[in-house]
Design a protein around this ligand. Structure first.
Ligand SMILES: [Mg+2]
Length: 307
């Protein structure tokens, strides 16, 4: 039995690599809270990743808090919780277990511009609509308005805000509306600037393709509010009543997840098989190098079971 556990330890040590020094095992029990990315970590498209359910159940049993922080803009938080439940993850239905980039954007716009601001949107679907409504900000979804409707109502304003979120529907007509409103738009924001996200059928374009189009069209700098903007992880930590030093961040993207975790001082774990690969790490600067790398969340389950 002792020999069997010894072999198990060896396998885990080999599968978990610590960057910049010798191989080392993550002591999960030393963290009081864990922030997980969702896409590519807990699930890939509509398929749950190996060990995800087991790990969350074990964290519950050990009293380690966890939270989900996602750059998914188009799904309301309650739908994300429903998706997790449908995938067999045993969690409570509290939508505050999840923070989305749409929620972060809505909070930011409320704090900076107040409830009386008017936000034009492209993309972001029900996720953006739900969060703007929650904070009481008026939304005008440009995809569903004609050029005449929008320009006639807002032609005398020069304080409109434009918020971009993930969409597959951006059209030439909407681009025309944005261009003709360019003098009325004071600032442009995006829920996130992810180039792509992982799915069952490989990587798919994220919000960056829309940001790039609008940025070029208006010749403006777009402020992205989701990961790796530190405001995103700060919100999650506030919800958890946790500090960066006591928190482990687990993600699949070096640019979004690992960068924001390191910026705030969290320990970070990269899960392979998602947005970033081992070869990506070689070309990243130290701000995006994870503290640990694992193949699957089941690696962490094995560690918890023997500690
Ligand atoms: Mg991800």
């Amino acid at each position: 039995m002792v020999r069997a556990i010894g072999m198990l330890n060896l396998v885990i040590l080999l599968s978990i690599r610590k960057i910049s020094s010798q191989m080392n095992m993550i002591n999960l029990q030393s963290f009081s809270s864990i922030v997980f990315d969702l896409d590519g970590v807990i699930y890939r498209g509509d398929t749950i990743r190996k060990g995800a359910s087991e790990l969350l159940a074990l964290l519950d049993a050990r009293g380690i808090k966890y939270h989900f922080l996602t750059n998914t803009s188009s799904q309301p938080r309650k739908d994300i919780i429903l998706k997790l439940l449908n995938l067999g993850v045993k969690i409570n239905r509290d939508h505050d277990l999840v923070s989305t980039c749409s929620e972060i954007a809505a909070h930011y716009l409320l704090e900076q511009f107040g409830q009386h601001s008017t936000v034009l949107t492209i993309g972001g679907g029900l996720g953006v609509a739900d969060e703007l409504k929650r904070v009481g900000i008026k939304q005008i979804a440009l995809e569903s308005c004609s050029l005449d409707e929008v320009t006639s109502v807002y032609k005398s304003r020069n304080d409109l805000l434009l918020l971009l979120g993930w969409t597959k529907e951006f059209s030439y007509e909407t681009a025309t509306t944005v261009l003709q409103l360019s003098r009325n738009i004071a600032q442009v924001f995006a829920t996130d600037n992810d180039r792509y996200f992982s799915s069952d059928t490989g990587n798919l374009p994220g919000t960056a393709w829309l940001n790039g189009s609008i940025g070029s069209l208006l010749d403006v700098e777009i402020i992205s509010l989701g990961k790796p903007n530190p405001a995103s992880l700060s919100l999650a930590l506030r919800k958890m009543h946790s500090t960066p030093s006591s928190t482990l961040l687990i993600g699949d993207s070096l640019i979004s997840d690992i960068q924001v975790g390191k910026a705030l001082g969290c320990n970070t774990v990269l899960v392979l098989g998602g947005a970033s690969t081992l070869s990506d790490i070689q070309v990243m600067n130290s701000k995006m190098k994870p503290d640990y790398i694992i193949n699957e969340l089941s690696d962490l389950v094995e560690i918890l079971l023997i500690t």
